[in-house]
Design a binder for this molecule. Structure first.
Ligand code: ZN
Length: 406
């Protein structure tokens, strides 16, 4: 029997809970941080590269990532108008109708692949946790959560099988308080959008497990109120700017102190309106609001994990699953390196210590973890990929732009 070996990354900048460390040892779990390699380890010199916890994408619709970006007016006032524009086209527009005929498993897979290639190892899918998500999805998808689509789709189709968006208050009440509850809220710039936070408060649904998705119409001076309830924001600036030409008052929200600052996670939403992936979203966020790289790093790691109630995600600690992402040493700080990275730059992504995609220079890690690697290209850059994942991509009827198998 052939055992897998532990891996030691040395000469690295490991972003760990206790600060930056020079090394990390891992098998399926993180074994040590800042320690020397042990005998038998596969040692890889990272030459200063940054090791982050696998990124957390707090909001996506995994089955909606292969249509391309769609809108039918230059600017919308409310997401409900965009939905009204979309609805008749779902059957009438030939390209959209054709893209909808792919099996849900395949559509979900492409959404998961989008996330993986950008270093995301955990995603919150907005819609039911479909049984299809248990199959052949290479990353972690949040399993326990409550959700409603929005006030405007309460009694209209929202899910992949035409499920209704759900009664917001009823769904919130049905969600145990220790699980996150996600709802699209205040997604627009009109009076209707501005009315939604007070409406949700009046229903008693703004609480410590409430994750407000978008919040574009929430006033800067309303954020302390949201924060005092313990609720947080899932911020999707690229989608907001695409639809409305503006985004949530995130700088004002972050400038609150202590209990009046809400927890904020950055997220992509789907490619129907959002950015290509979470790395591109980081740059969209920088362009949309005065946020610092360090603030953004927290929004895709520990703060996102806090909103998702996933204490083992978004941080690198001994004993936690080795969900890691390696980013080249560009920029003065790890956060700056992350904000500058595109998916072709991602050095390596592991889930539970299993390398899934990475630079050829990490071949020894695939060997150590007993993962057969095959060569692929991502945005014209040579990568190694888990051969099981390559087979899955080869068998998928939907192509991911930029990914070429040898
Ligand atoms: Zn959404």
């Amino acid at each position: 029997m052939i055992f897998s070996r532990a891996v030691s990354f040395v000469n690295a900048r490991v972003v760990a809970e206790a600060g930056i460390a020079e090394s990390v040892r891992f098998g399926a779990r993180v074994l040590a941080i800042g320690d020397r390699p042990r005998r038998g380890d596969t040692v890889v010199d990272l030459e200063g590269a940054v090791v982050l916890p696998g990124l957390v994408n707090a909001h996506d619709h995994l089955e909606l990532n292969h249509y391309g970006r769609l809108k039918f007016r230059d600017r919308y006032q409310n997401a409900s108008e965009w939905n009204q524009d979309m609805e008749p086209r779902l059957s009438r527009d030939k390209a959209i109708a054709a893209a909808r005929t792919h099996p849900l498993t395949e559509r979900l897979f492409i959404g998961a692949l989008k996330n993986l290639l950008a270093g995301v190892t955990m995603v919150a899918h907005h819609n039911p946790f479909y049984p299809e998500l248990r199959r052949t999805i290479p990353i972690r998808v949040l399993r326990r959560y409550g959700w409603a689509h929005s006030f405007y789709l309460e009694r209209r189709p929202a899910g992949a099988y035409g499920e209704h968006g759900g009664d917001v208050a009823g769904r919130w009440r049905a969600t145990p308080p220790d699980l996150p509850f996600f709802v699209h809220l205040a997604e627009g710039v009109d009076v209707e959008a501005r009315s939604e936070l007070p409406r949700l408060e009046a229903l008693g649904c703004v609480a410590s497990n409430t994750a407000i998705v978008h919040g574009v119409a929430i006033d800067g001076d309303e954020w302390p109120r949201v924060a005092r309830h313990g609720a947080g924001l899932v911020w999707c600036p690229a989608s907001n700017v695409f639809l409305f030409g503006q985004t949530a008052a995130v700088r004002q929200a972050l400038d609150g102190d202590g209990a009046s600052r809400p927890t904020i996670a950055l997220a992509t939403d789907s490619r129907l309106t959002g950015s290509r992936d979470l790395l591109d979203e980081l740059r969209a966020a920088r362009a949309a609001a005065r946020v610092t790289p360090d603030e953004l790093l927290r929004m895709v790691t520990c703060d996102a994990a806090a909103l998702l109630r996933q204490p083992r995600a978004g941080r690198t600690t001994v004993g936690a699953p080795a969900d890691l992402v390696v980013i080249p040493p560009v920029g003065e700080t790890p956060a700056a390196a992350l904000v500058g990275a595109r998916r072709k730059d991602v050095g390596l992504v592991t889930v539970e210590g299993r390398p899934l995609v990475g630079d050829p220079s990490f071949a020894a890690v695939f060997g150590a973890r007993r993962v057969t690697a095959r060569r692929v290209t991502v945005d014209a850059v040579a990568k190694l990929m888990d051969s099981a994942l390559v087979r899955r991509i080869a068998g998928c009827p939907i192509a991911e732009p930029g990914v070429a198998l040898a």
